[in-house]
Design a binder for this molecule. Structure first.
Ligand code: ZN
Ligand code: ZN
Length: 379
């Protein structure tokens, strides 16, 4: 499938969901969503999608690039609208010109200030006197319209994930050598990030975590000047962006071999990860995958030590749908589908003693899952 065919398919799905959400058009302001639908990669922009048209609104910095992008796509797929005075006024003008009345916005991404400003523009009167929404348009908050489409990866995206996960795994197999005693956490993080660039990643997907000894008990520690000591459990969590897509991996190494109380954590977390991986298949809710990992750690008396979720979706963003955690009211927990890519990353953290996290990236397949990353559990 060509990039163009996948973009057309994505846009068709977004239009269907917008219609199901009861809106006659959609203003997309979240940049990764705009990139996903059009390939536009600027630092500002908006996309106005109606049943008949798809208009990319960009300011003067990006007009030339956006027009080049649009001309490479089939006629009419996307047209470029330069910003006149401000993004919001340009959006409002387009909406009013088209006579659209119910405009979906991305509630997760549009600030209250912009919501209010756009709403005020929608009340603009067509005649004398104060305007009302009856003359203009009304904003309707929508949730996850593009994100739900993004969650299921197509063949081209899956090919990128396989390549990216292979490259990330090659770095991970060298972690024990990179995390040598005598180096500081910051030095080890620098080595990992240099390896990411050498391996062809455009940038780290997030700030690399190197958490040694007692610091390993902090799930999201930043690297410090602490010098790695023999016997330290050390959590190494890193990821890279490859062709726009994020991959993410964690291994915990214990310098000098796994032993002592940390050994119990290693065994429990490895078993929890195995249980979660065995639960992944289409039709299963992410919360059930989380429960599979959690049950193992609870049985070992480590329920309290596992304070985060079991995983998250991967894609153009490092954390995207689905969230693989406990079922919570008002949070989506839609059953997994083939094509979804998630991390499986249980952990256990005991203050004073240390922590262990093991993370791999998996693709949900028709009958289970394929582990995309390929690194021994213990290094
Ligand atoms: Zn990670
Ligand atoms: Zn992760």
């Amino acid at each position: 499938m060509s990039v163009m065919e996948s973009r057309a398919g994505r846009l068709a799905k977004v239009r269907d969901s917008a219609r199901d959400a009861g809106v006659d058009s959609l203003v997309i302001t979240h940049l990764p969503n705009i990139y996903y639908l059009t390939g536009f990669a600027g630092t500002a922009g908006a996309l106005f999608v109606s049943p008949e048209s798809c208009r990319l609104i960009v300011d003067s910095r990006y007009v030339t690039a956006a027009r080049g992008l649009a001309s490479a796509l089939p006629d009419g797929f996307v047209s470029v609208e330069p910003v006149a005075r401000s993004y919001d006024e340009t959006i409002a003008d387009l909406v009013l010109r088209d006579g659209r009345r119910e405009i979906g916005i991305e509630a997760t991404h549009l600030s209250v200030a912009r919501f209010n400003a756009l709403s005020a523009l929608g009340r603009r009167s067509t005649g004398d006197g104060p305007g009302t929404a009856d003359d203009g348009f009304r904003l309707v908050p929508t949730e996850r319209i593009v994100e739900r489409v993004r969650m299921v990866k197509d063949a081209a995206e899956i090919a990128i994930f396989r390549e990216a996960a292979g490259r990330l795994s090659a770095i991970a197999r060298r972690l024990a050598e990179m995390a040598a005693p005598g180096r500081t956490e910051k030095e080890v993080a620098d080595r990992i990030e240099a390896a990411l660039r050498q391996a062809g990643f455009s940038r780290p997907a997030f700030d690399t975590i190197v958490a040694s000894g007692p610091n390993s008990a902090l799930p999201h520690a930043s690297p410090t000047d602490r010098v790695l000591q023999p016997g330290d459990p050390t959590v190494l969590d890193f990821g890279g962006v490859y062709s726009g897509y994020c991959v993410d991996l964690t291994r915990t190494v214990q310098l000098g071999g796994i032993s002592g109380e940390a050994g119990r954590l290693f065994a429990a977390v490895a078993e929890a990860q195995k249980a979660a991986l065995a639960a992944v298949r289409p039709g299963v809710r992410p919360s059930e995958v989380d429960a599979a990992a959690r049950a193992v750690l609870e049985r070992q008396g480590l329920g309290e030590a596992f304070g985060h979720g079991t995983g998250h979706g991967l894609g153009l963003e490092i954390h995207e749908d689905p969230r693989v955690g406990r079922a919570l009211p008002n949070l989506p927990d839609d059953p997994l589908e083939a094509g979804v890519v998630i991390t499986i990353e249980p952990g256990a953290y005991v203050p004073g003693l240390g922590g262990v996290r093991i993370e791999d990236d998996v693709l949900v397949t028709a009958d289970g899952c394929e582990v995309l990353t390929d690194v021994p559990t213990f290094l």
